[in-house]
Design a protein around this ligand. Structure first.
Ligand SMILES: *[C@@H]1O[C@H](CO)[C@@H](O)[C@H](O)[C@H]1NC(C)=O
Ligand SMILES: *[C@@H]1O[C@H](CO)[C@@H](O)[C@H](O)[C@H]1NC(C)=O
Length: 430
């Protein structure tokens, strides 16, 4: 949008700042008076109040109450700036039409988790790590048994293993766990890499990544463990590097990571799958929350993010090919998918921020990508919008658990970290 009236602009900026300050104070009050939320801290610093896109991590609580705010924004802008459309964009503008699905609520996970990781092996869903709150991270594994629909089998992770933003993949017995964020808030990453033998529950160390990453795309392809993209060490800067390592039965067969063709767009939180001997990366984003400079607790502060709808594929040519994009940009989907028959199914995520309020917008749909016809479709609605879901499939049932859900049908911004488990009978489009 082109703006010429500089004076008007600065007056408006001041008004906006005052408004935001008011919201910040109210938010802080609401926050402090709500015991349920009290362990999620609010960042009230001036920086937060003058840069609209900087807000409390995960909870989005620094800018609550979009209802009144929406109307105010409309009135203020109208008449003063012809570039801004008259019609106010509803908070739910990003929702796509989707069939209703019947969801069954199953037993909740022992703990809620955000940015956890999950791997399904046969009838078991291994659920790892994650934030319980912004100040507390889990360091254990819970297991969901799809046969009797119960949780159990909790065991500890190695102390040195990352707690969120992990790269993770399995060969059906061994689970490879690569890099990730170590600790709560927006702490630094570790390059440490581990292998879990799910039959013996033994952990083993493996060759660390050359440098640590946050939430890199991770897959096994043609006997090699591939690790791509993610965020760099500051949590925000997109990384393009792509490495691989020959592995077998939970062991590295080489002493160093091989440098492979970089990914076309860098960044974390993508789905990464192998189907019919091709490697795919789907969605994701550039940018992420990062630690506030000088903060002793590495307090998270929001930074600009660009969410991707891109799909890239690598085959024999070892050149990335662009495939048809997703129905909308989608990120935080690294463990939010399953492959069923010839299709990839993706559950929830985050999409582009709201263009006016700048608030984070969650995704409430289930997507199907037919990996043969390369057609995307929207195959259903979730019980609510939710990001960083952990997904499994058993006997035709699609399951999801964990993540962070929205504030309600009219408010797609993130709020509660959940442990709920849901399932629906999966119906694919042909
Ligand atoms: C999963 O549940 C089934 C049915 O109760 C049981 O036979 C099986 O041993 C369970 N698996 C694990 C690993 O607990
Ligand atoms: C996958 O294919 C099998 C065999 O054709 C079919 O029975 C099943 O219903 C399909 N699954 C889904 C979710 O459509």
């Amino acid at each position: 949008m082109v703006r010429t009236a500089g004076k008007q602009k600065s007056v408006r900026l001041v008004l906006v700042c005052v408004g935001l300050l008011g919201f910040g104070v109210i938010a802080n009050y609401l926050w402090a008076s709500s015991p349920r939320l009290s362990n999620w801290s609010v960042d009230n610093s001036l920086t937060n109040l003058i840069i609209p896109r900087t807000e409390d991590p995960f909870s989005d609580a620094t800018f609550p109450a979009p209802k009144g705010e929406a109307d105010k924004g409309k009135k203020k802008k109208k008449g003063k700036d012809k570039d801004i459309p008259d019609r106010f964009l509803s908070a739910t503008f990003a929702d796509l039409p989707a069939p209703e699905l019947k969801w069954d609520k199953m037993a909740p996970a022992p703990v809620p988790r955000l940015d956890g990781a999950a791997i399904q092996i046969k009838n078991l869903l291994y659920v790892f790590a994650g934030y319980g709150t912004i100040d507390y991270v889990h360091s254990h594994v819970d297991i969901y048994n799809f046969t009797d629909n119960t949780w159990g089998g909790r065991f500890d992770m190695p102390k040195e293993m990352a707690h969120s933003h992990l790269g993770m993949v399995t060969d059906g017995r061994y689970i490879y766990i690569v890099t990730g964020q170590y600790g709560p808030q927006c702490r630094g990453p570790t390059a440490r890499t581990f292998v879990l033998d799910t039959e013996t529950k033994q952990w083993r160390d493996m060759l660390p990544l050359p440098v640590p990453r946050y939430a890199p795309a991770t897959q096994l392809w043609r006997g090699r463990l591939h690790v791509m993209g993610g965020s760099k060490e500051n949590r925000h800067t997109p990384a393009f590097e792509h490495w691989s390592l020959a592995v077998k039965d939970g062991k590295a067969l080489e002493n160093e990571w091989r440098t492979e063709i970089p990914i076309p767009r860098g960044g974390p939180h993508r789905a990464c799958v192998v189907f019919d001997d091709r490697l795919y990366i789907i969605g994701g984003q550039e940018g992420d929350f990062m630690a506030k400079p000088g903060s002793p607790i590495f307090k998270c502060s929001r930074r600009n993010e660009v969410v991707f709808d891109n799909v890239y594929m690598l085959d024999d040519d070892m050149k990335w090919k662009a495939l048809p994009p997703m129905p909308k940009p989608d990120s935080h989907i690294e463990f939010a998918w399953v492959i069923v028959n010839n299709s990839l199914v993706i559950v929830g995520g985050t999409t582009d921020k709201h263009p006016i309020t700048k608030r984070m917008v969650l995704v409430g749909e289930v997507f199907q990508f037919n990996l043969v016809t390369l057609k995307w479709s929207v195959i259903g609605k979730l019980p609510y919008r939710v990001k960083t879901t952990l997904v499994g499939l058993w006997n035709g049932w699609l399951y999801f658990t964990s993540g962070q859900r929205d504030r309600g049908p009219d408010d797609p911004t993130p709020k509660k970290v959940i442990g709920e488990m849901w399932r629906t009978k999966l119906k694919l489009n042909s």
